[in-house]
Design a protein around this ligand. Structure first.
Ligand code: ZN
Length: 372
């Protein structure tokens, strides 16, 4: 006899799921904050700015901040792109389906090409596979936008999600255990990945802060059949909740040269010691610039303070700070991300006891010339 689930239990579970999803939306929609409630003095007013890491600087790195975890880091005509994303979704779409947005793609391309040529991008890094870090990759792959991009590194979910885009000329590489440094295990081996002869990357096992208080959504095991059947073209619609986070990484990125620049990048807040780079590497060479996530900072204990105390970077940049559930009308039209209390983050930042010029929080669409 085939046993079927009692209908009352089924209804109960459906109701519970519905209530949980509604609470997700209501909490996220409740609080959007004006920029002035955090730390407005660290936001450059213009779309081009300079960040000086060393006083007697000779070299420079260009960083273009495109919003959320999406950055392009370029030196001498070689660049990497991180967490490509431009299709800002309205909040309610998260309960249904999301789709890449061609008009926002055009805006994004115009902004990017104002600062750099897409031909400089050699590789991509994806920190985890939530929709706001990976959902626009299919369009970029399908349109061959970065004609010199050979590889995109990410977690094991990434190639599965993008399995219908494997023939688009870019290798979708899931990072292996040997390549990833795990800060929670003693004497962990790790391998730097040479991206070009001048850029190398070290992936670090991190984790993902809950989006609201203690609950991390979009964190179930991947349903790879779903993406095989539903993400067929770049403009296919997919359920936002199917974009599971998977393993989450932070990265050390070295721009090698007679004077190497070391960047630490973390595009989602993590619970310490997850995401911390190996101290052995820090003792060889300090971090010049730490790029860290603002969103959900207050949902993890002592973030980003523990991390910053550990890394001791020369400068600190906040990203993933703007409300990505809306589309801004202009460069300056930005609000702070929802569900992260700006006053609480500010208190933590004040506790770092650093001067104002230690920090930078660029508006999306800003180029930062890092002098070192
Ligand atoms: Zn995420």
């Amino acid at each position: 006899m085939v046993e079927s689930r009692p209908p009352f239990l089924y209804i109960y579970l459906m109701l519970l799921r519905y209530i949980l999803l509604l609470s997700f939306v209501s909490i996220l929609s409740s609080c959007t904050h004006s920029i002035s409630r955090f730390y407005p003095e660290i936001i450059p007013k213009k779309s081009e700015t300079v960040l000086s890491v060393r006083p007697d600087s000779k070299d420079e790195l260009n960083i273009v901040y495109m919003g959320t975890g999406n950055l392009v880091l370029e030196k001498n005509g070689e660049a990497i792109i991180t967490d490509p994303f431009f299709s800002n979704q309205k909040l309610l779409k998260l309960l249904g389906k999301v789709k890449t947005n061609p008009s926002l793609y055009n805006t994004w391309k115009n902004t990017l090409e104002y600062f750099i040529s897409p031909s400089v991008v050699r590789a991509g890094l994806v920190s985890h596979t939530h929709y706001d870090h990976a959902m626009d990759l299919p369009l970029l792959l399908e349109s061959h936008y970065f004609k010199n991009m050979k590889v995109v590194y990410g977690n094991t979910y990434l190639p599965e999600i993008l399995q219908n885009f494997k023939e688009d000329g870019v290798r979708l590489a899931s990072l292996t255990k040997e390549q990833i440094y795990d800060p929670t295990t003693k004497d962990q081996k790790y391998e730097w990945i040479p991206v070009t002869s001048n850029i190398r990357v070290l992936p670090i096992l991190s984790n993902h802060a809950p989006q609201i208080k203690r609950k991390l959504f979009m964190n179930k095991p991947l349903d790879e059949r779903y993406f095989e059947e539903h993400l067929i073209y770049s403009n296919s619609k997919t359920k936002a909740f199917k974009w599971s986070a998977g393993e989450t990484f932070s990265f050390l990125i070295d721009f090698l040269g007679s004077d190497t620049l070391r960047v630490f990048l973390q595009t989602s807040a993590s619970q310490h010691p997850f995401g911390f780079p190996p101290s052995e590497e820090l003792s060889k060479k300090g971090v010049d610039l730490a790029i860290v996530c603002y969103a959900s900072a207050t949902h993890v204990d002592q973030y980003p303070n523990k991390l910053i105390d550990f890394i001791q970077p020369e400068k600190l940049m906040f990203v993933h700070w703007e409300d990505f559930f809306r589309t801004p009308n202009s460069f300056h039209d930005q609000r702070l991300v929802r569900s992260t209390n700006p006053k609480k983050v500010r208190k933590r930042v004040d506790r770092l006891d650093k001067p104002k010029d230690y920090f930078i929080m660029p508006l999306p669409g800003t180029r930062i010339k890092v002098k070192y």
